[in-house]
Write a protein that binds this ligand. Sequence first.
Ligand SMILES: [Zn+2]
Length: 147
Amino acid sequence: MQQETLNEPTPAFSGRESLAKYNGRVTVKSLRTGDHRTFAIQTEQWTDESARVVSLLDGPDNESDYTGFGFIQPDGSIRVWLSKRSGTSRPSTWEQYARILESPQAFEGLCEYHLEARCRRCGRTLTTPESIESGIGPVCAGKEEGP
Ligand SMILES: [Zn+2]
């Protein structure tokens, strides 16, 4: 018999399955460069119907500064918007992002995927790998340490 654990397992980002089901943010860290990018996955209202959209965080506000670049199909694959495609055999940056999100298995050892977390002190969304791991944002971490 398997031993039961008391702790909830940490939810992991699982590519297409997560893209199809999940509303939220995922931060991908390149283990080669140490850089990271944060993406939002969400259902948005488009005129009279809703659409699943993937977007990139490209500003200082990790709640609102996102640029959309593709629709998420029901099977979790990403259809990159025409204006964001290279149109050549060499994929655009957006097409590369789509591939990184669709196929975490293909980027094992190259990229780390972190689902968003909330700061334990103020409840704000945490999107940098360091903050997600420590469970607290940099400003609140400074306050917790005290003067
Ligand atoms: Zn905080």
